[in-house]
Ligand binder design. Structure first.
Ligand code: MG
Length: 313
């Protein structure tokens, strides 16, 4: 009922309150501080097939890159120009992030690779095989403080092609050393991932049967330990996740964006009329939350920015 009502409002081009349907939360005060009473979820654009992979770049006055996976396009959004095509043949790009030099890192379903877009636009393959076998369909990626690229490899984008690698792993890719290592192999469907602000923790979402987010300790040599359940999503599954500057985890879920405190407690939810798949912080001050949700791109102003490390995620 609420979602339908909101859809009508949005069709009319109206903005809506992010609080209208909030359930009472034990962390309601904290939620109100993060998502002020007057914050409005805005539909920036619609009519897409299935959106994922938003990442904010501060270059050229600032712009958002995101993926329409089935439409085989990478898209670009700015307030001034709206949505334009960034790359027409994206090879079914999904997750995007930026490396330490601001270059676009992309997980591609069609090519089953992780690529880097150079400053001149050339697309370079960084990873396509593990121990000689083709990857499944890299889904989402994050860059650590040493420049290594961490990505998940569930089979969602195989589209009938046989799996070769023998599992749904999480990888650490060192583009300088040209090495690829498995860092976690006990996920059902590893999906979104993000580092804590200090880079000492890695959160990984499992969008398969567990529907939870796990947290690992990251050693200086890039190995993981721990891996306990951080939180479990109660509506839909966690797909894309991001850390804010104060160490909270913001996750996509079936009914909107869920915000979790560093101890895993639910802070609150931002309802979204379509199920979000991914999100990122961006805008000039880093305090706009962009949300890719099925056929539409949404945004809402919040009172915290993404973690510095997360601005590249
Ligand atoms: Mg994903």
């Amino acid at each position: 009922m609420y979602a339908g009502f909101v859809a009508i409002l949005l069709t009319l081009g109206a903005a809506m309150s992010a609080h209208a349907a909030d359930a009472p939360s034990p962390n309601a005060d904290q939620f109100r501080r993060l998502v002020p009473e007057d914050a409005r979820l805005e539909k920036l654009a619609g009519g897409f097939k299935f959106l994922e992979g938003p990442v904010w770049s501060g270059a050229d006055g600032g712009f958002l890159i995101f993926s329409d996976i089935p439409a085989n396009r990478l898209l670009r959004w700015t307030k001034k120009d709206g949505v334009t095509v960034y790359r027409a043949d994206s090879r079914n790009a999904n997750g995007n992030t930026l490396d330490l030099e601001g270059r676009l890192i992309t997980c591609e379903h069609g090519s089953r690779t992780v690529t880097r877009t150079e400053k001149d636009g050339a697309v370079v393959t960084l990873a396509d095989r593990y121990e000689g076998k083709r990857l499944n369909s890299p889904n989402d990626c994050a860059v650590w403080s040493d420049g290594t690229i961490w990505f998940t490899d569930p089979p969602y984008g195989l589209a009938g092609r046989p799996a070769e690698v023998g599992g749904n792993f999480v990888f650490r890719l060192d583009p300088a050393a040209k090495t690829l290592a498995v860092v976690a192999r006990d996920f059902d469907m590893p999906n979104g991932l993000c580092f804590s602000p200090d880079g000492k923790k890695l959160y990984i979402a499992d969008s398969g049967k567990p529907r939870h987010i796990r947290v690992f300790d990251v050693a200086p040599d890039g190995t993981l330990s721990g891996g306990k359940v951080f939180c479990t999503i109660d509506k839909g599954v966690p797909d894309g996740i991001r850390c804010d500057a104060e160490g909270r985890v913001w996750s996509s879920a079936g009914d909107g964006v869920h915000i979790y405190a560093p101890d895993g407690a639910l802070v609150g939810k931002i309802p979204v009329p379509e199920s979000p798949a991914n999100l990122c912080f961006g805008g000039k001050d880093g305090r706009t939350l962009f949300i890719t949700a099925r056929t539409s791109l949404y945004a809402i102003r919040v009172a915290v920015s993404g973690a510095a490390i997360a601005r590249r995620q």
